[in-house]
Write a protein that binds this ligand. Structure first.
Ligand code: NAP
Length: 289
């Protein structure tokens, strides 16, 4: 169902900028925001990703502008936001979704590998937020959503670079939420659980064994879908979330909470053989004895 964003200035449509919006979760987020009435700007490095993403989004009825950028470079990011200002004159939503990741034990992680991931995720999120600020502050109901991961506050064994960067993004989310509240800019984060995308299938979920182990770890017992993640972003940028800022919404089937050992116990059933009813003959069994 469409939830039109409020405050159309001069009849123009609100604009959402999604970094990494040509692929994976970014493209799914774009699909739902377009349904909600946003014009989209998708920005990343690869012209192929942008072209393909733009084509897929347009096929669903979105109006899309594709702009190449490397979010690690503050000058390129400034030029990106200058282009948004020139084309649309407004920006209502920024989704900091661009990321890079690869699995590597920390002791084998090269300084370049570290810098690449921290540069995209942490520097990129700050550079984009900072450059978007002058446009966002003039929007009627502006908002930023940063895409993080639960290792922002837990441990990320095998992905120390990404975990450290996402932790920084979470701290930035909370800090900007407070600093920019006086400008009416809400800043929140979404933390996806495991989702199949081309990138994660290539870099992280690389064997059936890994997929099985991860699935086993999720209380809801499955991977999420790109649309399930996008729904959370759609909510957080909407007027329904107008009093929510500085929060992180985990959309992960309960994964970060951990499963404990309850599932190893025998199942409970209506016959009273399970653990959730007192054993026969015990106090409170209600057998009239
Ligand atoms: P993805 O398709 O690889 O998305 C990452 C996007 O970032 C790509 O479109 C990529 O486009 C862009 N990007 C990479 N480096 C960039 C740079 N230097 N400058 C600008 N753009 C750059 O992967 P995804 O799975 O959809 O991930 C999307 C977000 O969800 C990420 O923040 C990720 O950490 C988070 N996440 C995903 C999962 C999951 O299971 N899928 C779980 C937790 C969190 P170019 O190559 O064209 O630059």
């Amino acid at each position: 169902m469409s939830k039109k964003p409020s405050g159309r200035a001069g009849g123009s449509k609100p604009v959402a900028l999604i970094t990494g919006g040509g692929t994976g979760l970014g493209r799914a987020i774009g699909t739902l925001l377009a349904e909600d009435g946003y014009d989209l700007v998708i920005a990343s490095r690869s012209v192929d990703h942008l072209r393909e993403g733009g084509r897929a989004l347009r096929a669903k009825g979105a109006r899309v502008t594709e702009l190449p950028v490397d979010v690690r470079d503050p000058d390129q990011v400034d030029r990106l936001l200058e282009a948004v200002r020139g084309s649309y004159g407004r920006l209502d939503v920024l989704v900091n979704n661009a990321a890079g990741n690869f699995a590597q034990p920390a002791e084998k992680l090269s300084p370049n590998g570290w810098r690449a991931v921290v540069g995209i995720v942490l520097d990129g999120t700050f550079f984009c937020s900072r450059a978007a600020f002058p446009l966002l502050r003039r929007a009627p109901a502006p908002s930023i959503v940063n895409i993080v991961a639960s290792y922002a506050w837990m441990a990320g064994p095998g992905t120390a670079h990404s975990a450290a960067a996402k932790a920084g993004v979470l701290a930035l989310t909370r800090t900007l939420a407070v600093e920019w509240a006086r400008f009416g800019i809400r800043v929140n984060a979404v933390s996806p659980g495991p989702v199949h995308t081309d990138a994660t299938d290539r870099q992280l979920w690389v064997s059936d064994e890994i997929v099985r182990a991860i699935t086993d770890d999720v209380p809801l017992g499955r991977f999420g879908t790109p649309e399930e993640i996008a729904q959370a972003v759609r909510f957080l940028v909407s007027s329904k979330a107008s009093y929510i800022t500085g929060q992180v919404l985990a959309v992960d089937g309960g994964q970060w909470l951990g499963k404990g050992a309850l599932h190893l116990l025998p199942p409970s059933g209506p016959e009273g053989k399970g653990r959730d009813r007192p054993a026969s003959g015990s106090a409170g069994s209600g057998n009239g004895g």
